[in-house]
Design a protein around this ligand. Structure first.
Ligand code: NAD
Length: 312
């Protein structure tokens, strides 16, 4: 049985990934400070060992890491907008935090490590489609923190013989995301409350949306492959979708195709066009996303209706 330490396992992606790891026969210890996530998000929480601690506490990570086979490091502050407002907090959590998790892994002699990076924010306004050869040029502290994390992953792999895979996630959609502050959660809430949808900018900015179960399959593939050295992969859908298109699709799914959409000033740190080419992940890992955007949005909308109900 593969023993996994999953940091940030009580958040959106973690609480979708953790049950999948159990289904694949893993023994999962979750390490989370509950700053954004919550134990209640985890289905079948009795199946997990849960440690409430902060990755700022390197010894706590080290104690949790002793004896595991692999670490999947998701814990981070994931908001571009919040990182612009509070770069110090973002740096401590994401850049220093990732260093601490890597250093704890080195001390505990863990050789298998998967790091949650980002495909949009790390690239800034690089011309899409981006791939692993594109030059990262972040325009937000969040993007910079993930670039720093990848830098340390590369260095720790070379200096200490660790197999480290950095996965650059696209914009992830799916259930258990009510606490998130991204466009999809905000649009769905507005529709449920019969309020206008607000788009920051002219709506022409583009993103690449990936359903959470497809993303989690990609994480599992990377874990299983355990490629030697340091490797980077984009996990994406490869489809460019504008924010306005996204808003209009969600309105249709909610049965309100004529719902009001307002446009406000663009926010600092948010990239314009972004989508990724996932050919390398397909060829090397066998990654192949299967859930189409419309279906992903429908499943997410239904989850919100069932779990939040209109008017919350
Ligand atoms: N959701 C996306 O679209 C997306 C896209 C690209 C990259 N990512 C990355 O994927 C990872 C998971 O994202 P998510 O969407 O599940 O976010 P999330 O906020 O739902 O989950 C993050 C979890 O980490 C925990 N955490 C945060 N700081 C911590 C700390 N200092 N110590 C311990 N635990 C801490 C939070 O409590 C939360 O449970 C993050 O690294 C994020 O940057 C997410």
């Amino acid at each position: 049985m593969t023993k996994i330490l999953l940091t940030g396992g009580c958040g959106f992606i973690g609480s979708n990934l953790a049950p999948m790891l159990i289904q694949h026969g893993c023994d999962v210890t979750i390490f989370d400070n509950f700053s954004k996530g919550d134990v209640s998000y985890l289905p079948e929480r009795e199946k997990f060992k849960i440690i409430e601690a902060d990755i700022a506490d390197e010894d706590a990570v080290y104690n949790a890491a002793k004896g595991v086979d692999a670490i999947i490091h998701l814990a981070a502050l994931g908001s571009v907008v919040e990182s612009v407002a509070n770069p110090e907090e973002n740096f401590a959590s994401n850049a220093e935090g990732t260093f601490n998790v890597l250093n704890a892994a080195r001390r505990a002699r863990i050789k298998r490590f998967v790091f949650a990076s980002t495909g949009g924010a790390i690239m800034g306004n690089a011309t899409p489609p981006v791939n692993e050869l594109s030059l990262p040029k972040p325009i937000s502290p969040y993007g910079a923190s993930k670039m720093a994390g990848e830098g340390y992953c590369s260095a720790f792999s070379a200096a200490y013989g660790m197999n480290i895979t950095a996965l650059r996630f696209a914009n992830v959609i799916g259930p258990i995301s009510a606490h998130k502050k991204g466009a999809i959660t905000v649009f769905i809430r507005a529709l449920m409350n019969n309020a206008p949808l607000t788009i920051f900018g002219d709506g022409k900015a583009t993103r690449d949306f990936l359903f959470v179960s497809d993303l989690c399959k990609g994480i599992l593939l990377a874990l299983q492959k355990n490629k030697p050295g340091f490797n980077v992969f984009h996990l994406a859908s490869g489809e460019e979708v504008s924010v306005e298109q996204l808003a209009r699709t969600i309105c249709k799914i909610a049965g309100k195709p004529e719902h009001e959409i307002k446009f406000e000033n663009k926010r600092k740190g948010e990239v314009e066009r972004n989508f990724a080419d996932y050919t390398k992940a397909k060829e090397v890992l066998g990654f192949s996303p299967s859930v189409k955007l419309n279906d992903a949005l429908k499943i997410t909308w239904d989850w919100f209706l069932e779990n939040e109900g209109p008017g919350t």
